[in-house]
Every structure is written in C-alpha cells, then in structure tokens.
Ligand binder design. Structure first.
Ligand SMILES: [Zn+2]
Ligand SMILES: [Zn+2]
Ligand SMILES: [Zn+2]
Length: 141
C-alpha cells in the first residue's frame, strides 16, 4: 500500500510580473499539463482520462489506432501500411502489405484522399466519415 492513488501534483510557481526576467524560455510552459488528458491521435478530451485510462483508450477505443493483427502492437492506422511492410517482425505482415496500397485505407481499402493521404485526410476518413471497416468506429454520442 505504498503507491499513492493520485499522482502528486506540482503547483506551478505563482507568476510574478517581472519584465525582462524571462527571455529564453517563457511562452510554452503550460503545454505539458494537458498532455495526459487528451488523446493526441483522435483529439478526444476527457476529464476522466488518466494515464491508464488513456492506455485503454489507445488499446480499445481510439478510432485512429488499430492493433496490428500480426504482432498486436497498436499502430496509427495511417502508419499501418508502413508498419506491415517495414517494421513488423512477423513475416506474414509483409506479405499482407503487398496486397495493400499505401494510399488507401488498410482496413476498408477505400480511397482516403486523392494522392497520398495526409494527416487531415486520415482524420476525415477515420473520425469524420468513419471507416466502414473500423471495428472501433466513431465514438458514440
Ligand atoms: Zn483517441
Ligand atoms: Zn505488426
Ligand atoms: Zn477505411
């Protein structure tokens, strides 16, 4: 029973109005505070997100991610083709990759964009339209 149930919180030091003090690193101090509480892939924000809850989201829910069916790593769907052809250690993955086209959705084989899809095209396909073959689908609301 040594682990605290809640992560220790460091209160940021009070802001002092001292012009000419901070020159090198001001600006982006507050950004880290948010990182644990929203999904960097689908952008979902949830006040109940903690690190373990985010993990579960990545593993089971996030529509931008998919578990590689060969090695079971969770991969961004936009990188799944690359993973299968280059990264995955299971040999069958490369064989499957040959049947896929890098500019198409690896789940539904649908066209994601004209030409090579960019980040926003994947978001459109996976989050806005919803991929018809993605078992995770869009989050219900
Ligand atoms: Zn997500
Ligand atoms: Zn794999
Ligand atoms: Zn698709």
């Amino acid at each position: 029973m040594r682990a605290p149930r809640e992560p220790a919180r460091l209160e940021p030091p009070p802001q002092k109005a001292m012009p000419e003090m901070v020159e090198t690193e001001g600006q982006e101090t507050s950004e880290d505070d948010f990182e644990e509480f929203w999904c960097q892939f689908c952008g979902r924000e949830d006040p109940s997100f903690t690190l373990p809850a985010l993990d579960i989201h990545y593993w089971r829910e996030c529509p931008m991610l998919s578990a590689c069916k060969h090695c079971e790593q969770v991969i961004e769907i936009s990188r799944l083709h690359w993973h299968l052809s280059e990264e995955c250690e299971v040999r069958e993955a490369a064989i499957e990759a040959r049947r896929l086209q890098p500019d198409r959705c690896p789940l539904c084989q649908g066209r994601v964009a004209r030409g090579m899809p960019e980040e926003r095209d994947w978001q459109e396909h996976l989050l806005v339209m919803g991929c018809p073959s993605n078992p995770r689908g869009r989050s219900p609301r």
